[in-house]
Unconditional design. Structure first.
Length: 302
């Protein structure tokens, strides 16, 4: 619902009941379809009648003011680049309210209808939260700000959100009772934060497994060696078997993301050829070519 009832009535949000009633009487005389010559008079008459029905009723007006505050907060949050909240779980409650006016009956003879207002739970908020891969591995606590109704204004409240170890992108953390306030005494909604694990400069993630591309020298792969490699849990020594090939995958058990079934870390070997920039280095390559006849394309038949 994007209608601004205060704007339709030509009054300010802090207008008194008397001001609203006076504005309505003035507009009713101006736009009543039986006497008005204004274009779109019938449409305007229905619109301002709908606005008046909400603003003259204390409960409906309070609910409408709350809706405006939530909408304004969401717009400000999006413009400032902060959390972007959306309302989930049900449609705007005002869309099902039948708006009418007792002044229709007293002045123009329209019948008045009333809709029973029932307690309703507040809408859920949806937000996003970014964490590092290290935080996903170990678990962490993040501070977020959420809107909270305090009288006639909405303020930001800081909450500490516990992110469990092993969480993955797309999973949600639920904060019960941290959504929008309820209507007519109903409970508050919930806040759902969707986790986005940021891309890591070294590691890739696939399900619970971690992948690392490890550069190795030709002699480390050919002769075998022990190399210090990084993991999310800290550095460890990894044995490279003699005769290892580029693209070969080595497994480090239980070094992936934690969970009911812990993931593994897989190390992909990438053989890096040293540059031959000096005469001595070039002579070494020539000697290797003479003493180690080797055709890497032999299986291709060329």
């Amino acid at each position: 619902m994007d209608k601004d009832y205060y704007k339709i009535m030509g009054v300010s949000p802090d207008a008194s009941e008397k001001d609203i009633k006076t504005a309505y009487r003035k507009l009713a005389r101006k736009y009543h379809p039986d006497i008005s010559k204004e274009p779109n008079a019938e449409e305007r008459f229905k619109e301002m009648g709908e606005a008046y029905d909400v603003l003259r009723d204390t409960k409906k007006r309070a609910e409408y003011d709350q809706y405006l505050k939530h909408r304004e907060f969401n717009q400000r949050a999006q413009q400032s680049g902060g959390y972007s909240y959306s309302h989930a779980g049900r449609e705007n409650p005002y869309e099902d309210v039948q708006f009418d006016s007792d002044l229709f009956e007293s002045i123009f003879g329209h019948a008045r209808r009333q809709q029973q207002q029932q307690p309703m739970a507040g809408q859920d908020y949806q937000g996003k939260i970014n964490i590092s891969l290290e935080e996903a591995y170990k678990g962490t606590v993040k501070s977020v700000q959420v809107p909270v109704d305090q009288g006639n204004e909405t303020k930001l409240q800081t909450l500490n959100v516990k992110i469990p170890a092993g969480i993955k992108s797309g999973q949600q953390v639920r904060l019960a009772g941290q959504g929008a306030s309820g209507f007519n005494g109903g409970p508050r909604g919930d806040l759902y934060l969707t986790v986005d694990v940021l891309k890591h400069p070294l590691f890739d993630v696939m399900d619970n497994d971690i992948y690392l591309t490890l550069p190795v020298a030709p002699w480390e792969a050919a002769l075998g060696s022990t190399i210090t490699v990084p993991t999310l849990g800290g550095k460890i020594d990894l044995k490279i078997p003699a005769g290892s090939q580029g693209g070969q995958k080595l497994r480090i058990k239980d070094r992936g993301l934690p969970g009911s079934t812990p993931g593994n870390q897989y190390v992909l070997l990438k053989i890096i050829t040293p540059p031959a920039t000096t005469e001595t280095e070039k002579e070494l390559y020539k000697k290797m070519a003479e003493t180690m006849p080797f055709n890497p394309r032999d299986k291709m038949g060329v």
